[in-house]
Design a protein around this ligand. Structure first.
Ligand code: 13P
Length: 247
């Protein structure tokens, strides 16, 4: 299982380093069965890397550019991330897709991440209109297929994040999440020889009080947590729920 915190564009330098230190303390007695990762804003990766070094907490980035380097103002390459001991990178988050990022470009990013030895956390999810149209599963599976163009399964992690559940306090029910996760797992199994083993995280208003029932579902392998990952106690409680679900 994996619980990853996506800090998004939050926290100044001191608060980011402080939160990383608190999370290291709060997850010190973790079993091997649950991985923990935090994904701070890119400018704080170096400072946070320093703070988590030697602990169980892994470092993730929120984005990367697929090129190795060159004239791409404001962008960060996979090689720059691995230089900082980053292990995960979120790719294709809906907040970036809404700014115009296409699935073809997302697939390029996944390939670049894998080529550098980073584990991409590939996000997919439907909007509220798409859910209400009854086509959510077909839409998510099409987005998944397009975002996996030319990709292999190396270190791949998928996050199902229904757009209508992100930052809204409105979580998918455990049954809705399970149904989509099972469909994603089937699709991954058809695509890759070891596709059924790919970890599938759920994201969208995961909180300490709903984490346990989500983690009880067969096809939920962890969570990608936004708001609740900005508070060490809440994040640690979600990690503890993941751990309890393994028993
Ligand atoms: P919230 O947990 O704040 O809904 O955010 C989810 C998310 O977008 C994680 O990537």
């Amino acid at each position: 299982m994996l619980v990853a915190g996506n800090w998004k564009m939050n926290l100044g330098h001191a608060d980011a380093v402080g939160l990383a230190a608190e999370i290291v303390r709060a997850t010190a007695d973790l079993s091997d069965e649950v991985g923990v990762a935090i994904c701070p804003p890119a400018v704080w990766l170096d400072a946070v890397a320093e703070r988590v070094r030697g602990s169980e907490v892994r470092l993730g980035a929120q984005n990367l550019h697929p090129a190795d380097g060159g004239a791409f103002t404001g962008e960060v390459s996979a090689g720059m991330l691995t230089d900082l001991d980053v292990e995960y990178v979120i790719v294709g988050h809906s907040e970036r897709r809404q700014m115009g990022e296409t699935s073809a470009f997302v697939a390029e990013k996944v390939r670049a991440a894998q080529a550098a030895g980073l584990a991409p956390i590939l996000c997919v999810g439907e909007t509220l209109d798409e859910r209400e149209s009854g086509d959510a599963e077909a839409i998510v599976l099409a987005q998944l297929a397009a975002s996996l163009d030319g990709v292999d399964s190396a270190d791949l992690v998928v996050a199902y994040e229904p757009v209508w559940a992100i930052g809204t306090g409105r979580t998918a029910t455990p049954e809705q999440a399970q149904a989509m996760h099972a469909a994603i797992r089937r699709a991954l199994g058809e695509r890759f020889e070891d596709g059924e083993d790919v970890e599938i995280l759920y994201g969208g208003s995961v909180k300490p009080d709903n984490a346990a029932e989500l983690f009880d579902q067969d096809d939920l392998d962890g969570a990608l947590v936004g708001g609740a990952s900005l508070d060490a106690e809440s994040f640690a409680a979600i990690v503890a729920a993941a751990e309890a679900s393994m028993c």
